[in-house]
Write a new protein. Structure first.
Length: 359
């Protein structure tokens, strides 16, 4: 899926000239130009949360003050919006926005604008709902002119109460949510692992290698034809060639069938990693600078998930300060279902590696 840099997107939206905003034809042209600039199709919104979120920022955000737009790139606001959307609960979203505005300096900037913050958040939510609705019907071409009619109606609703009434009307219709709430909790962990593995799109940027293999030898001979074989006791590390700054989720399925989330955890020192080589465990780790293969013989599998946007998954550590106390976590069907929904519906890259443990 497409990786969308929200900071750059908001900067571009805020840079649209005010006269263009007031002229409807020029505004529509600006919307289409911005969507194309960030590889979003003007006629068809993407069918995953972050894509619809970005599409809504363009459609609704042109003409809005930059500090207000910056709210939407804050991880706490994005998570609150995602949770509100999943549960159709606007009140919780408004409450969390209130808490953020009161607690952070950016909130002071937004308050100084003199706008009705709750009304603006609710209006943004309505545009999001309308765009999300069209992701389920590719035949329903979504041009800026169609959203313009929604914008005009919102302008005629100056109060939060009016916005809530309009939202109730929309939700009473056949409103299809984004396909992220699929519940596969009844599946066994290994079945969910297989479903996550189906999303693997790359195998040439992620390696699990013995310490003895030099970086110059990182492309293992014949990897596509046969599994590498590592004897018991081999010391290994995981390597990912990151093409952009990214958040990393690293999963391992042992020969026993147990599944662990190895990263983010105390084995690395930060959540967000710069472009270049990512290594786990961190070679500078005092207690665990590498993994040593033990246990049963057989196939061991790894999955790496990378994204330029912080994953909105509640059980993952969110701040670097939490990592030191986070051991690798054994995953149940509940957590694996969250990960399956994430890789199917958010912009991320899923990579895989497997090898055979021998005597």
């Amino acid at each position: 899926m497409l990786s969308i840099p929200f900071g750059e997107l908001i900067k571009a939206i805020a840079g649209i000239a005010i006269p263009t905003v007031k002229n409807k034809f020029q505004r529509n042209e600006a919307v289409i130009k911005l969507l194309k600039q960030f590889n979003l199709e003007p006629d068809h919104p993407p069918s995953y949360f972050s894509g619809v979120y970005a599409y809504t920022l363009v459609e609704y955000g042109i003409g809005k003050p930059k500090p207000f737009l910056q709210l939407f790139q804050e991880e706490a606001i994005t998570r609150a919006f995602r949770n509100a959307f999943d549960h159709n609960n606007l009140l919780n979203l408004l409450s969390e926005v209130d808490d953020f505005v009161e607690a952070y300096a950016l909130g002071d900037e937004v308050k100084s604008l003199g706008i009705d913050i709750k009304r603006e958040i609710a209006a943004f939510y309505i545009v999001f709902l309308e765009i999300a609705k069209r992701t389920r019907n590719p035949a329903d071409t979504l041009m800026s002119q169609q959203i313009e009619a929604i914008q005009d109606k919102l302008e005629s609703l100056p109060t939060l109460e009016g916005i809530r009434t309009e939202m109730a009307r929309l939700l009473a219709q056949d409103y299809p949510v984004l396909p992220s709430g699929v519940n596969n909790d009844n599946l066994e962990p290994q079945q969910l692992w297989s479903k996550i593995s189906e999303q693997i799109s790359s195998t040439d940027k992620f390696y699990v290698l013995p310490l003895e293999i030099k970086k110059a030898d990182i492309k293992l001979p014949g990897r596509k034809k046969m599994l590498p074989e590592y004897p018991l006791g081999t010391r290994i590390r995981c390597y990912i060639q990151l093409e952009q700054p990214s958040y990393v989720i690293l999963l391992s399925k042992f020969t026993s069938g147990d599944i662990l989330c190895v990263c983010p955890s105390s084995l690395v020192f930060k959540n967000y990693h710069q472009k270049g080589e990512f290594v786990c465990p961190d070679p500078k780790h005092d207690e665990c600078p590498y993994f040593e293969l033990d246990g049963n013989l057989g196939i061991e599998e790894w999955i790496a998930i990378t994204s330029s946007q912080k994953p909105i998954i509640n059980w993952l550590p969110q701040d670097d300060s939490e990592l030191s106390e986070q051991d690798p976590m054994e995953l149940s069907s509940l957590e694996l279902n969250d990960l399956l929904n994430y890789v199917k519906n958010e912009e991320c890259e899923v990579m895989g590696f497997k090898y055979k443990i021998t005597a």
